[in-house]
Ligand binder design. Structure first.
Ligand SMILES: Nc1ncnc2c1ncn2[C@@H]1O[C@H](COP(=O)(O)OP(=O)(O)OP(=O)(O)O)[C@@H](O)[C@H]1O
Ligand code: SF4
Ligand SMILES: [Mg+2]
Length: 313
C-alpha cells in the first residue's frame, strides 16, 4: 500500500554516540521510511534518544557526536550534501521546531512578521498579504486574539504559543515535511487538543513528531515508532499499535497510561542506564526475559509490525 506513495525520507541504520569521558550510545541502528502524507510519531521515555534522532537526521548535531548510517530526502543523500544545499532544503522543504518552545524566534521582530517573512522571501508575496495570511495560520493553531498578538513580540508569548507560532512559520515557508519535537510540552489539556486539531488540519504536509504524550500521539499520527534506550523497539500503524502492542515495553507503557491508572506491573524496575551493553536493552525490566535475551534482538517483521524482541523470532 505504502509503495504507491512517494518516499520523502529514508533513514538507514542510523546510530549516534558521544565519545567523551562518559560514552553514550544515544541512537542505535534506527531505520525509518517516511512517505508523503505520513504522520509519524516517535514516542518513548525521557533519554531514549528521540531528540538526538531528529537532530541527526537534520544534520544539526555538533561534531562531537559520532553519526553512522544514512539519511536521504527524496532520494538525495543528506549526509553527502554541502551546507549550502542542506540549508536550502532545511529552510524551504523541511521545517523543524525544536524541543524547548520557540527558542528559534527572533526576539526583535514581531511574531506576525516572522511568520509572514518566509512567504515574502520564498514566495514573493507582498508584505501586507503575507501578514494577513500569517494571522490565518496563527488562527489555525488557536493562539487566541490572533490579530492582536501577531503585532506583539515573542517575549509576550508563552513557550507553548511560541512553539505553535514556529510550526505556523514552517508551514508558511512551504515545507512539505515538518519535524516537531514535543510540541505539546507544558500545554494544558485544552491546548493539547487544539494542537492536535491543528496538526490534523494540515493539508498535504508530512509530519514527524516526537512526543511522550501517548494520547496526543494516538490522536495525530498514522504510524508510531517506539524508542527505548536508543533503540527502535516497535513500529506499526497507530490504531494497530494501540490495539495490539507486541513489544513488552510498549505493552508496559500502554498499560501504565493515565487512563489505566498509571500503574506499572509489580516488579517493574525504574529506568537505568544500560545502554551500550549487549543483549536486549529491556531485559532488566522485562517480565518475559529469557536466556536468549542476553543477545541483542534484531527487528522482526510480524504482520504490519516491526518489533525488536526474541519472542517474535
Ligand atoms: N551532547 C551530548 N553529549 C552526551 N550525551 C548526550 C548529548 N546530548 C544528548 N545526550 C544523551 O543522549 C541520550 C538521548 O538524549 P535525547 O535528548 O535524544 O533524549 P529524548 O528521548 O529526546 O529525551 P526527552 O524526552 O527528555 O527529551 C540521553 O542519554 C542524553 O543524555
Ligand atoms: S527480547 Fe527478551 S528481554 Fe527483550 S523485550 Fe523481548 S522478551 Fe523481553
Ligand atoms: Mg527530547
Amino acid at each position: 500500500m505504502d509503495d504507491m506513495r512517494e518516499t520523502l525520507l529514508r533513514v538507514e541504520d542510523l546510530s549516534v554516540s558521544f565519545e567523551g569521558k562518559n560514552f553514550v550510545q544515544a541512537v542505535e541502528h534506527v531505520s525509518l521510511e517516511v512517505h508523503s502524507g505520513d504522520r509519524l510519531c516517535i514516542i518513548g521515555e525521557t533519554g531514549s534518544g528521540k531528540s538526538i534522532l531528529l537532530l541527526a537526521i537534520l544534520r544539526l548535531l555538533s561534531p562531537t557526536a559520532k553519526v553512522t548510517g544514512g539519511v536521504s530526502y527524496r532520494g538525495r543523500d543528506l549526509f553527502a550534501m554541502t551546507e549550502k544545499q542542506l540549508d536550502a532544503i532545511r529552510g524551504g522543504r523541511i521545517s523543524y521546531v525544536p524541543q524547548g518552545s520557540g527558542n528559534g524566534m527572533n526576539p526583535l521582530l514581531k511574531v506576525g512578521f516572522q511568520v509572514a517573512e518566509p512567504m515574502i522571501a520564498h514566495r514573493g508575496m507582498k508584505r501586507k498579504a503575507a501578514e494577513e495570511r500569517a494571522v490565518e495560520l496563527l488562527k489555525r493553531f488557536h493562539l487566541g486574539r490572533e490579530e492582536t498578538i501577531a503585532r506583539q513580540y515573542p517575549f509576550t508569548y508563552s513557550g507553548g504559543m511560541r512553539q505553535r507560532a514556529l510550526i505556523a512559520m514552517g508551514i508558511s515557508a512551504g515545507a512539505e515535511l515538518l519535524f516537531a519535537d514535543e510540541p505539546t510540552k507544558g500545554l494544558d489539556e485544552t491546548r493539547v487538543r487544539l494542537t492536535a486539531e491543528a496538526f490534523n488540519a494540515l493539508e498535504g504536509q508530512t509530519l514527524v513528531c516526537v512526543t511522550h504524550d501517548l494520547s496526543f500521539a494516538r490522536s495525530v499520527s498514522s504510524r508510531v515508532c517506539v524508542m527505548y534506550a536508543a533503540n527502535q523497539v516497535e513500529e506499526a500503524e497507530t490504531e494497530e499499535l494501540f490495539r495490539n502492542p507486541l513489544h513488552p515495553y510498549t505493552r508496559d507503557m500502554l498499560a501504565a497510561m493515565p487512563e489505566n491508572g498509571l500503574r506499572f506491573r509489580p516488579g517493574y524496575a525504574p529506568a537505568h542506564n544500560d545502554t551500550g551493553t549487549a543483549g536486549c536493552k529491556y531485559r532488566l525490566r522485562c517480565g518475559r526475559c529469557s536466556e536468549k535475551c542476553r543477545e541483542t534482538p534484531p527487528l522482526f517483521r510480524i504482520g504490519g509490525h516491526q518489533v525488536r524482541c526474541w519472542q517474535y523470532e
